[in-house]
Design a protein. Structure first.
Length: 690
């Protein structure tokens, strides 16, 4: 805004007159808009109020001045104008589209006036705003000359040497360039029209700003930018003949001039997502110069220049569908004088589903309508959200559920004693805040659960009762809890009496004593294993001693086939539905799932006495298919009298073999020794237990 410079009252009046002239002559906006511009210095000087303007000049003029005042206040918050959020907020604050047009005219005028200023920093800032904000808006509104002037003046002030270098080069080559364009267009036009295609062809030189962008992108000097201008062939034909006539014109041009296949852009067969349709080809024209040729119809040209997205997105400037449609509608009003009266009644209702708010530092964020202070807090940081107690909006303290409005400056108030609550999920609007609250609640629940668990264990110790996890899992299930976390949460919340839990524990513990067949406690030395109970459970007679749960021996069990545990393996027991117990290795592939889903059915198990049992284990061996390698493997097994080879299965393919060895073995110590010996056999690459 002009406030970045200091002007006297007379200078402001002069600049207001110049801005009004730009509005009238170059934009075509007259009436209330120009009258409002001429009143800006008077309002700023306090010579007249908005209420007096409304009485004397009408509500429309007052509304425009009010919109300009809101924009001025917005700039006082020092926002980052490069962000798209600021552009959207600017448009929503304007209320009346004429405010935006006045701002564009004002910026063009300001850029013209600051050529000789000594305030280099302010000139640079104004130029950056012109390039990032006002030039794209002017382009979308169809104010191409103003857009080009804003970009070129911005480059002139920000990249002085580059600007004058390109301008001098263009001046030196203008006559030759114009003549070349004429020489290129004339024969093409004759051939295209001779083919029965109705069209007009025009050439345009790129702006200084556009050429500079090309030089930077391609990292080349001015002479290296071969497409200083483009030729546009615009065909007038019925919609059903568009593609045919465009490709026919393309064929004529490429027959006359050698095309560069790498530079063909076919947005005719598959239009861009924004609706842009055209054929672009670069050809080698007269004097061996590359020329860009764009081929499109009148309809395509209209869409490219005026349609939703238009050249704005084509040049890489982001936009939103609602914004595009709205600005396009305004541009159409400008293009038809009879639509000018409608401007007086036009108010902006864009972004009714979005709000834009500032941090105290001037950063700008976008939220959905209905978002609250708590949404803002979680957007900044999870910790700030978790500790949020309220906020300060425009200096006024508000609660966490206060809804945000566009232009609000929001500061978050926190307390280390604050913790997220379940009802916060009904306060926030954004999914980001909801997910962070759920995560925080889950973490709090885990902490509360640990506290409750410690409290319960302390109660057990006070009553001199030894607690074990297996029985506790049964207690939790019997008390109707599907999740352990829910059980401990109710204890933490005081909803579940710990004494009731302990009583249930003792009840189940008493019932478990019948597992041994009687209630008489006996020592391990007195217990004899009933061989008939476990006959056929293993592939060999099993007289090794396995202690299950709390020093219980002689229980029926099976060795799980999924992992085939042997003596010495770290193991655990799993209580099956039928009541039997299956023994799994700790590293069994199914162990994680069993623990996750059926933790309450897991019991401890360990080997405590070695008998003469043998176990069937399977080894996978992979190696080179050398002569005699199988004999070498079987020889190692046969030399050990305590090993029995039950089965061998070898497959050979492309010089490699893979196979399985089924061996009867006493324990895992002997198994590890066997695996080490097998790995020493020449040609063996891998030996592993399966």
């Amino acid at each position: 805004m002009a406030e970045k410079f200091t002007f006297t009252y007379e200078e402001k009046r002069k600049m207001a007159a110049q801005t009004a002239e730009i509005l009238s002559e170059e934009i075509g906006l007259r009436g209330d808009a120009t009258e409002a511009v001429l009143l800006i210095p008077e309002v700023e000087a306090g010579n007249i109020t908005l209420e007096e303007v409304e009485k004397t000049k009408g509500e429309s003029v007052a509304r425009i001045l009010h919109g300009l005042e809101r924009i001025r206040q917005l700039y006082e918050k020092n926002p980052s104008v490069e962000s798209e959020n600021f552009r959207n907020l600017l448009l929503s604050f304007a209320e009346d589209m004429r405010v935006i047009l006045i701002m564009i005219a004002n910026r063009v005028n300001l850029m013209r006036q600051i050529r000789d200023t000594d305030n280099e920093e302010a000139r640079l800032e104004v130029s950056q705003e012109a390039a990032y904000l006002y030039a794209p808006l002017a382009h979308k509104l169809g104010l191409y000359n103003l857009k080009r002037e804003l970009e070129d003046l911005s480059l002139k002030y920000m990249e002085h040497d580059a600007y004058y270098h390109i301008r001098e080069k263009l001046s030196a080559t203008k006559a030759a360039r114009d003549a070349y364009i004429e020489r290129f267009i004339k024969p093409v036009e004759e051939k295209v029209q001779a083919a029965g295609i109705k069209c007009h062809i025009k050439g345009r030189t790129k702006s200084i700003h556009s050429i500079w962008q090309k030089m930077k992108k391609q990292k080349c000097p001015f002479e290296g930018v071969y497409d200083l201008f483009a030729i546009r062939i615009i065909i007038d034909c019925p919609i059903e003949q568009e593609k045919m006539q465009c490709w026919q014109a393309y064929s004529i041009v490429t027959d006359m001039y050698q095309p560069n296949p790498k530079r063909l852009r076919d947005w005719l067969s598959v239009p861009k997502s924004n609706g842009y349709e055209s054929l672009h080809i670069t050809v080698l024209g007269p004097e061996q110069k590359w020329v860009e040729v764009q081929i499109r119809t009148e309809r395509m040209d209209e869409i490219a220049e005026r349609g939703v997205a238009a050249h704005w997105r084509y040049k890489g400037v982001k936009g939103e569908t609602g914004l595009d449609e709205w600005l396009t509608g305004i541009r159409n009003m400008l293009d038809h004088s009879e639509g000018m009266e409608a401007m007086d009644q036009f108010k902006m209702d864009l972004y009714e589903d979005e709000v834009f708010v500032f941090t105290p530092k001037g950063d700008l964020y976008k939220f959905p309508a209905g978002a609250t202070v708590l949404d803002f807090a979680y957007h900044i940081h999870s910790k700030i959200g978790n500790q949020c107690t309220g906020g300060r909006i425009n200096g006024r303290v508000v609660p966490i559920r206060q809804e945000l409005k566009s232009g609000d400056q929001v500061e978050i108030l926190t307390s280390t004693n604050q913790k997220p609550r379940q009802e916060w999920l009904n306060i926030v609007k954004t999914s980001r805040a909801k997910s962070k609250i759920r995560l925080a609640l889950k973490e709090t629940q885990v902490k509360d659960g640990l506290f409750a668990k410690e409290m319960l264990e302390r109660k057990f110790r006070n009553r001199k009762i030894e607690q074990d996890e297996g029985t506790m899992f049964h207690v939790i299930k019997k008390m109707g809890f599907k999740e352990v976390s829910d059980f401990y949460k109710q204890i933490a919340d005081g909803m579940l009496d710990t004494n009731a839990v302990i009583d249930k524990f003792l009840e189940l513990k008493e019932a478990e004593k019948v597992i041994t067949g009687d209630n008489v406690a006996r020592s391990a030395s007195e217990f004899e294993l009933d061989e008939s109970k476990i006959a056929g459970l293993n592939q060999a007679v099993n007289d090794d001693v396995l202690v299950i749960d709390r020093n219980l021996k002689g229980l029926d069990y099976q060795l799980a086939k999924c992992c085939s545990p042997i003596y010495g393996d770290p193991v655990f027991g799993f209580v099956t539905i039928s009541g039997g117990i299956k023994i799994h290795r700790m590293d069994c592939p199914n162990a994680p799932e069993l623990r996750r889903r059926f933790g309450y059915r897991i019991v401890k198990a360990k080997w405590s006495g070695k008998g003469s049992s043998q176990y069937s284990i399977t080894l996978r061996v992979i190696g080179n298919d050398d002569i005699g390698i199988v004999n070498n493997l079987t020889s190692i097994i046969s030399k050990d009298e305590k090993l029995v080879l039950r089965n061998i299965n070898i497959d050979s393919h492309d010089g490699l073999f893979s196979g399985t060895l089924v061996v009867m073995i006493n324990d895992n110590t002997r198994l590890e020794a066997l695996i080490k010996k097998l790995r020493t056999v020449r040609g063996v690459k891998q030996v592993e237990r399966i």
